[in-house]
Design a protein around this ligand. Structure first.
Ligand code: BGC
Length: 460
């Protein structure tokens, strides 16, 4: 009715006189839209094109001298007793963690780290990636605990005595409760607390550490904490994402500068997840654009903002993720969990690691594979899983990608965030009632690989 009233003689006259300009305007809009869409389509097809590689006939595939062979852990998942973390209260809430699991003493690594370093040594590891728990170092805002620094110093000394090179992550998902209470990464003013924490740790430990990771998978933290609400603070507020992202990027940059101010020789990186998102139908435009965009938003957007403050990239790879528009119809009438576990193919796909590594070529930075792992209940044995992925790493190195190390996720069966203790990724089994450790049979091949600095190429 209103529209009808508006469309009066005056309006008619206006349209009549300006017909030409309106037409030109619409044509310009169409051209801009079409060329933007064409560019995006072209870019996404190019991006999704697989590189592929020839296979080698050599019996063994040798890795570069000095290659780092390691495993990775995160403090909150293995240490136990991290009562000042934002996860501690969160996990006490009904329904947050599968089976009602609690970290409690987790894998008791805080107490048993010496024994665990011995086990790493038995597995021929020459490096170990672990994280320092901010909520231990600074349980209350501004109160730093020197005893906790001594604990981590002792971990570093124990590693050093066995010739195991540390790679230290400063923030791996868990935050001090007080920091979250003050608004966490939502508030730009809070970056200064991270700076204080990093300065304190670096001042005390930088002489023992050459490889630093400022933060682990900030995108996973943002999406699980603020979109799916699976992790603390358990929010669903997509409008906060941009602000959070901006602040963690800023925090990374400050962390990088602080570490380098104290040690110019240190190598500082970030750990980022990259699934291999690929179109299910090779020629489907929408799937190509979606796969490209997912990878861009999830991984590359952040990395592109920090290339000047990055000595290496810590890359995580777990699976291939098919983008299938036909599956979207399943979203209706299913819960998100059902949809994720059913319709989305997150399959084991070693070649994807080669492709992902090639996608990182343009950064021209050294790469450490800081996580790659498989849980016990998977379709594939762990030894085969590791071997097949390492062959792909070898082929990427042959193509000139500077991969310098590989860290299997993870050393011990431990607390897998909202999945509780069900997902057992460890090289070592941990008896939950006695805390007794047993190296799993499937882990010994990785020990051999590390020992010879090579992987067998014979058919499996
Ligand atoms: C995280 C780990 C987690 C692993 C397995 C990684 O992305 O950094 O903390 O346990 O995935 O899900």
């Amino acid at each position: 009715m209103n529209l009808y009233i508006c469309y009066n003689d005056e309006m008619k006259n206006y349209l009549e006189i300006n017909k030409k300009y309106i037409l030109i305007f619409l044509i310009v809009c169409l051209v801009v839209f079409t060329s933007g869409f064409a560019r995006l389509t072209y870019k996404s097809f190019r991006y999704n094109k697989a590189y592929g590689h020839d296979k080698s006939n050599d019996e063994t595939l040798n890795f570069p001298k000095g290659f780092l062979w390691g495993t990775a852990t995160a403090a909150y998942q293995v240490e136990g007793g991290n009562v000042y973390s934002n996860w501690w209260d969160f996990e006490q809430e009904e329904g947050r963690i599968k089976n009602g699991d609690r970290t409690d003493i987790a894998a008791n690594h805080y107490v048993m780290y010496k024994q665990d370093v011995d086990l790493m040594n038995q597995l021929n590891m020459n490096s170990y990636r672990f994280s320092i728990e901010w909520s231990r170092i600074e349980p209350k805002q501004g109160e730093f605990d020197a005893e906790e620094i001594e604990h981590y110093r002792d971990v570093l000394n124990t590693l050093s005595a066995k010739g195991i090179k540390p790679m230290v992550t400063l923030w791996h998902h868990s935050l001090p409760y007080w920091f979250e209470d003050l608004g966490g990464w939502e508030r730009q003013e809070n970056i200064t607390y991270y700076e204080e924490y990093v300065s304190y740790v670096v001042k005390n430990l930088s002489s023992e550490v050459d490889l630093w990771i400022t933060m682990n998978e900030p995108m996973a933290y943002i999406s699980c904490g603020y979109i799916s609400a699976k992790w603390p603070p358990g929010e669903q507020d997509i409008w906060k994402v941009n602000r959070l992202l901006k602040n963690v990027i800023q925090a990374h940059k400050r962390g990088y500068e602080i570490i380098h101010a104290s040690d110019q020789e240190a190598e500082v990186g970030i750990a980022e997840h990259s699934s291999y998102a690929v179109p299910y139908h090779k020629n489907n435009v929408i799937e190509n654009i979606a796969a490209y965009s997912i990878d861009y938003i999830w991984t590359h957007y952040l990395l592109e903002q920090i290339t000047d403050e990055l000595d290496f990239i810590g890359l995580h790879y777990y699976y291939r993720q098919y983008i299938n528009v036909a599956a979207v119809k399943d979203l209706f009438g299913q819960s998100l969990d059902e949809f994720e576990s059913g319709s989305m193919d997150r399959s084991y796909y070693p070649q994807g690691l080669f492709e992902v590594l090639m996608r990182f070529e343009d950064y021209n930075k050294p790469i450490y594979i800081t996580e790659l792992g498989v849980p016990d209940y998977h379709e594939i044995d762990r030894d085969q899983f590791i071997r097949e992925h390492l062959r792909e790493v070898y082929y990427a190195i042959q193509q000139g990608i500077d991969v310098r190390g590989f860290y299997y996720w993870t050393l011990l069966d431990c607390f897998e965030w909202s999945e509780g203790y069900d997902a057992e990724f460890g090289l070592i089994d941990v008896d939950r009632s006695t805390m007794e450790r047993t190296i799993k049979d499937e882990s010994w091949e990785y020990a051999q690989i590390a020992n010879c600095n090579c992987v067998s190429n014979s058919s499996d």
